[in-house]
Design a protein around this ligand. Structure first.
Ligand code: FEO
Length: 400
């Protein structure tokens, strides 16, 4: 049975939720599911904006047929060629025999990589930056957004309804639960953490490119944002745009401390917990402590983008950094995090060496300061280290 949502007088959400997916992109847990958004515009011409993941094919095709009510589908706009949005292109092309694909040259090339169908030249409408497509009352224009999140990405602006179809930008993890508009749910408390986790892990590396898109979008009169995942924004857009400004410039959202530790028999955890308590005694609020062996790195990366100060506490393992901590640090490096203050605690019962290795990794992060006071444990926290932790807590607190 169809399940569509009306977005505007002549615009419908025809997407679907996947609530059974364990790992989005085979990498990120999505315990609340994920939505694949697609939009169908009914004007003199009918326009489908992006498709969906193959996991929700049935729902998607039913939704389109219901909204079209027997009309032809005239255009398929491809904003992004990642398979969570492009998987059903061939199905659409085969079902709607006169459809024209509207995409840029890079997307056309990628369509050739993913699919084997052939279309005559007059079924392709290849667009360049700033091109327009008039479909009746609505005039669509195309704004290129390379690397947000793939090189071919563009966003589509509908001047009639002042809508930005923003591709992956402004998306969030989590299915859409009945409501479709962000102002109909408690987005701040239920979804903002997942929006941050989505942004930081998916496009966090590409802050410069996101900044470029935000600058282009600032020249458009936007009243609604329709992303490819999660809720549609039609009120208080600045709340989300401000978050994107911070995330894409690697600006911390709060002045506080995230402590990430790896611990085999509890000594390093003990140091992390003691430091957390001593930071609290210094008046620091909202301290966060993560065991990197039990929490998926995507959650820690997300909070690393949120917090101003990061403490990495790790045991030495095979003369290196403990595996889960090494994985986290490499992941953070890959996501281009910068502008942070970092402290290091390291442990080793006979050869505590991972402190310098952690420092080597962190020293590559742009505009990031490392506290000189590196605390070394040799198995468990002794009174002398307890005092060192007190000193470190005070040094950190002075910079907050
Ligand atoms: Fe939601 Fe880059 O795909």
């Amino acid at each position: 049975m169809y399940n569509v949502k009306k977005i505007k007088e002549d615009l419908y959400w025809v997407g679907a939720n996947d609530r059974r997916l364990a790992l989005f992109e085979s990498a990120y847990p999505v315990p609340s599911g994920i939505s694949y958004n697609s939009y169908l515009l009914l004007d003199e011409k009918t326009v489908l904006l992006d498709t969906v993941d193959k996991a929700v094919n049935h729902q998607f095709m039913e939704n389109i047929a219901h909204v079209l009510k027997g009309r032809e589908l005239d255009y398929l706009v491809i904003n992004h060629m990642e398979p969570d949005h492009c998987a059903e292109i061939q199905t659409i092309v085969e079902k709607y025999k006169n459809i024209k694909i509207v995409c840029n040259a890079k997307s056309k090339q990628m369509i050739g990589q993913f699919f084997e169908f052939e279309l005559p030249d007059d079924r392709w409408h290849i667009v360049k930056e700033g091109d327009n497509l008039n479909v009746g009352k609505h005039n669509l224009s195309f704004v290129f957004a390379p690397m947000v999140h793939w090189p071919e990405v563009m966003v589509t602006y509908d001047a009639a309804d002042k809508i930005l179809f923003s591709a992956d930008a402004f998306g969030t993890f989590g299915a859409v639960d009945g409501n479709i508009f962000a102002d109909e749910v408690d987005f701040e408390h239920r979804y903002m953490d997942e929006a941050r986790r989505y942004y930081t892990n998916i496009v966090g590396k590409y802050g410069v490119q996101v900044q470029n898109l935000l600058k282009k979008a600032a020249n458009l009169d936007i009243e609604m944002i329709c992303p490819l995942h999660g809720y549609v924004w039609r009120k208080d857009l600045n709340i989300f745009i401000d978050k994107y400004q911070k995330w894409s410039t690697y600006t911390p959202e709060i002045n506080s401390v995230l402590i990430a530790y790896s611990s085999v028999y509890g000594g390093t955890q003990n140091a992390a917990e003691i430091l957390g308590g001593k930071l609290a005694e210094q008046g620091i609020k909202d301290i966060k402590i993560y065991d990197v062996s039990t929490i998926h790195p995507s959650y820690i990366i997300s909070d690393a983008f949120k917090y101003s100060h990061l403490v990495f506490a790790s045991t030495t393992y095979n003369m290196g950094i403990f595996v889960s901590m090494e994985n986290l640090l490499n992941d953070i490096t890959a996501h281009n995090l910068q502008n942070r203050k970092v402290a290091v605690i390291h442990n080793g019962s006979w050869a505590p060496v991972c402190g310098n290795l952690i420092t080597d990794v962190v020293s590559k992060w742009k505009n990031t300061e490392i506290f000189e006071n590196k605390i070394q444990l040799t198995s468990t926290v002794k009174q002398s280290q307890n005092e060192e932790l007190e000193i470190l807590a005070k040094e950190i607190a002075k910079t907050i």
